[in-house]
Design a protein around this ligand. Structure first.
Ligand SMILES: [Zn+2]
Ligand SMILES: [Zn+2]
Length: 251
């Protein structure tokens, strides 16, 4: 797609400041919510009516009038997609599904985490609704067309068994990667969380084989913390970058 049609909003939500990315095709108004894990009221108010707190970062319109200049009068949420099913990323999916009658996409290997989301949230002192069940599967290499938006799915296990990164290819600018908790600016996802299949060797293999081959200027939107690029992380990431001995192992 063209960069002028790609509207991305970042909402840092919940006690763990998890990045929920709301991606909209400005030529059609079609919208996909990536990792709608918390503060569903805030997301819904903004997406439907530009009301409330709004996003922490956006490259698009901030009012209905501004949006109408693109020729769209409302947004049409066409799907929910998750990088993985840890509770901070998935806990309020049931509330979003009450508002939007759409499918929820998740990798099969994270389905078991849906049933654990409630109990792990309780360990952190949060109450969550009964978990939703994802009705659509993500798999590695999948070309996912959702309304006017097209995504490529990269299965990148290691933080969780079913963790995925979600790529949008842009014709006239840098590609955009929604990385969940696989890769962070200067770090990687935890591999020590209980019951989730975390494994550092698997994670570093995923990053080195699936993410490092991407274009260096690809913008990475991690599940926590600031954005970065593939090129910067490949050169400087202390866990999986070129200065780490693991780098050569898979190259
Ligand atoms: Zn996670
Ligand atoms: Zn997270």
């Amino acid at each position: 797609m063209n960069s002028s049609d790609l509207w991305i909003e970042s909402f840092f939500v919940g006690a763990l400041a998890m990045r929920c990315s709301v991606v909209t095709d400005l030529s059609s108004g079609d919208t996909v919510i990536i990792d709608g894990g918390s503060e569903s009221d805030r997301l819904i108010s903004w997406i439907n009516n530009f009301e409330g707190l709004g996003p922490d970062w956006s490259n698009g319109p901030n009012t209905l009038e501004e949006m109408e200049q693109y020729g769209i009068t409302s947004r049409n949420v066409v799907a929910l997609v998750n990088t993985h099913a840890h509770f901070d990323h998935s806990g309020e999916i049931p509330l979003l599904l009450e508002e939007y009658d759409v499918s929820w996409y998740l990798h099969n290997d994270d389905f078991f985490l849906q049933s654990l989301a409630q109990s792990s949230a309780m360990r952190w002192g949060f109450n969550l609704p009964e978990p939703a069940i994802a009705d659509k599967l993500l798999h590695d290499g999948m070309d996912l067309q959702l309304g006017g938006l097209r995504f490529t799915i990269l299965h990148t296990p290691g933080h969780t068994l079913g963790g995925c990164c979600i790529l949008i290819e842009v014709d006239d600018g840098p590609n955009q990667l929604f990385a969940g908790d696989t890769l962070f600016a200067g770090s990687v996802g935890r591999t020590d969380l209980p019951n989730t299949g975390g494994d550092f060797n698997v994670l570093s293999n995923s990053i080195i084989t699936k993410l490092w081959p991407l274009d260096e200027d690809t913008v990475v939107h991690p599940g926590h913390g600031p954005t970065t690029t593939i090129g910067v992380e490949k050169a400087t990431n202390p866990y999986v970058g070129s200065s780490n001995p693991a780098f050569g192992k898979y190259h």
